[in-house]
Design a protein around this ligand. Structure first.
Ligand code: ZN
Length: 368
């Protein structure tokens, strides 16, 4: 195959700050034959699906002299176009987010399933620069209808598949993975990853796991956000906590809530499948579009928590939503069952539910 068949020169997009030492070395990136476009990556950028452009067809060669970069494909001169990730990647955020402070933010994503994979990728798109992905599961065929990764990732660890997707959005992002439940991860690893700009994001499929994440966050003084779906994803719940002012922790708040709403039927079953019902947990039905609606509202809160001390940032929801928020997709009982009656209309987002400290708060290690 030769570049002649494209009837036009190849367009080569390359990093504007490509190191001149790369001339003569192997270049990696993407080649799109149908549009005659080539994207060259910074050396060392481990982006899934990229290939060695210097040893494939067409064979790309680069030269650097006082005129700048010159690229040839199979001996044909290319149209060289520099790009600047630092400048261009988040240029559409101007006036909305501070790119530098977002890049220094870290997020610990506990659970990389339907909620966690969407959360991780949208936070990467928002400019979060550091991720610690925690999940022990492999991606299966049944996951694809509501996960951000695809068929090529089936059989891979979810953390690896999501890490690859993050790097496809931002090759400069720092991504650490832990293929185990958070409970089994050495807290020292979490502590080493964490600083004042780090958020603990609990996206597990059980409250038990989210409780553990909340306790660890409190110990490390990290802001915490839990995004959880109710049965069939007809609704979901958000809970946040941060260390800047006294507020009930996840465990205490939910205990207090159960006491405050004693007439609600079977709260355990309503919030999640029972924790002993593992099969039901594994096969919890729910549509991606319903899961996404709850998750996206949670992510607005995540942005607010990450930027809560950035003077120029305008919070979207923090201060408007209470610590515990319910989000309804549909209040039709044919989907939501009896619990759906607590919502007055579809797409309802509560703003007024107040949570308190449990009676045991004096002995709670988080709230004490
Ligand atoms: Zn507490």
């Amino acid at each position: 195959m030769s570049t002649e068949r494209f009837h036009q020169p190849l367009t080569v997009w390359f990093p504007a700050d490509l190191d001149p030492h790369c001339a003569g070395a192997d270049l990696h990136g993407f080649f799109h034959a149908e549009t005659a476009q080539v994207v060259v990556l910074q050396p060392g950028a481990a982006v899934a699906g990229s290939r060695n452009l210097s040893q494939s067809t067409p064979r790309l060669q680069a030269r650097f002299d006082e005129q700048g970069w010159d690229f040839q494909a199979d001996g044909w001169r290319c149209d060289a176009r520099p790009y600047n990730l630092d400048r261009d990647l988040f240029s559409r955020h101007r006036g909305l987010l501070n790119t530098a402070s977002m890049d220094s933010c870290g997020v610990i994503v506990c659970g990389c399933g339907s909620v966690g994979s969407l959360a991780a990728l949208d936070l990467a798109r928002s400019g979060v620069g550091r991720f610690l992905l925690v999940d022990e599961d492999l991606l299966s065929i049944e996951n694809l209808c509501r996960h951000q990764c695809g068929l090529a990732d089936v059989g891979r660890r979810k953390v690896d598949a999501v890490a690859d997707r993050i790097r496809q959005i931002n090759p400069m992002a720092v991504v650490q993975v832990a293929a185990m439940p958070l409970e089994q991860l050495d807290p020292a690893v979490v502590a080493a990853f964490s600083d004042t700009g780090t958020l603990m994001l609990a996206c597990a499929d059980s409250r038990r796991a989210d409780r553990y994440a909340a306790r660890l966050a409190a110990r490390l003084r990290l802001p915490f956000l839990s995004i959880g779906l109710w049965e069939k994803a007809f609704a979901g719940e958000l809970f946040y906590w941060h260390p800047d002012q006294p507020m009930p922790c996840y465990s205490c708040a939910l205990e207090g809530l159960d006491q405050a709403m004693p007439n609600r039927p079977q709260p355990q079953r309503r919030f999640y499948s029972t924790e002993t019902d593992l099969e039901a947990q594994t096969f919890q039905p729910g549509l991606a579009i319903d899961i996404a609606h709850v998750t996206q509202i949670g992510l607005k809160l995540a942005l607010d928590l990450l930027n809560r001390n950035v003077p120029t940032y305008v919070p979207r929801l923090l201060g408007r939503l209470s610590q515990y928020t319910l989000i309804c997709n549909t209040n039709d009982q044919r989907i939501g069952g009896e619990a759906a009656e607590i919502f007055s209309h579809p797409l309802q987002v509560t703003t007024s539910i107040q949570v308190g400290y449990a009676n045991t708060s004096r002995t709670c290690p988080c709230c004490a």
